[in-house]
Design a protein around this ligand. Sequence first.
Ligand SMILES: C[S@@+](CC[C@H](N)C(=O)[O-])C[C@H]1O[C@@H](n2cnc3c(N)ncnc32)[C@H](O)[C@@H]1O
Length: 398
Amino acid sequence: MTTSPGTKICTHFGTCGGCNYLDIDYTKELRKKEQTIKELFKTYRHLEFRTIVPSPSPEYYRHKIQLPFGRRNIANKTLLTLGLFNKESTFVLDQTECQIQDPGLTEIALAVKQWARREGLLPYNEKSRRGMMKYLVARKSFSTGEIILGIVTAKEDLPHAKDASKRLHTAIQNRIGKTGKFGKIVGIIQNINTKHTTMALGREEHLLWGRPYIHEHFGKHKFRVGLSTFLQVNPIQTPSLYNLVLDEIEPESRVIDAYSGIGTISFWISGNCKEVMGIEENPNSHKTALESVKYNKVHNVRFRKGRVAEVLPTLFGKNYDTLVLDPPRTGLGVEVAETILGMGFKKIVYVSCDPMSLREDTNLLARQYFLNSVQPVDMFPRTDHVETVAVFRNKNLT
Ligand SMILES: C[S@@+](CC[C@H](N)C(=O)[O-])C[C@H]1O[C@@H](n2cnc3c(N)ncnc32)[C@H](O)[C@@H]1O
């Protein structure tokens, strides 16, 4: 079996919970993903299945990492590890390489692990609730190469925080060098998460060095992105995804962009719209979206903060004709679907990162909307995940 020309299979493949398809040719992987979507939606009549959009790069595309710290016996020594969980989620791998992460982020992860070992820091243990180090979260801008990283700790008092963070900065600089080949570190943050939860990030942040955001560009729009806001992890493929949404927006449309994050889709489609209203619950994402309105001098985009289930009904009767949806993996659920059915949008463009919840939501919307097309987009090469853009039309308005 072959992968893309020149690709060697990662040492962790088979054990690591990250990749599923490193051992097959990328074209074969794409056909498998297309088949999954076709199979799931085969009972929908008159549906147009579009060909999957391949990622421009099936390797090194992830520009955000969220890696847990763990502990392993390596060469008869118990050592702190940093990497993804194994497939069975029973231990954290000692990551030495990764073929889907941006190489700069892999270098950062290696530097952080060496630093934590030298400092004698202990990984947090969920059972005993002892230890300090929970996660490394890092994000790199595709357009500027800027990198921020967050060390997530279980307690506030990182031992000798000031000196330890200086040593961390030096360790990272030494690892990634000054040529810019791996990117440029602009901020180091301590994020404190005292809760026993599956969420990586806590609410409290201390800036240890630099600034807490990177500059990222999408098309002609610029954003300042922090650690805790959502951003597509494959920025190389994101323009293709957003263009598929834009293609469905008729000129002078009045659009609601629900689950808008920092507003990247809202800004992307704004040139074709009379008005766009984004809805987002994460306060940091909402704040970033508002700042971006000023920063980019865009006058037809607005944002409301809150849960879609609560904000959407307040926009009833305000003449929005098109709804863009980009929910988390759980999808819309009954309450939001019922609200949508009561609002009479002409068209719905649904960006989904989970085909199963997309199918459930399609059934919920079926009373008033027929599914016109599904277009798979490969945002997550080498993994099982596949993104889909689905277009729905109102049965009463076509
Ligand atoms: C898949 S992301 C999409 C973001 C954006 N469209 C983009 O392309 O970057 C989903 C977003 O929905 C937000 N979210 C999740 N549940 C929500 C809810 N019930 N109401 C409003 N926003 C929600 C998340 O914070 C996240 O920013």
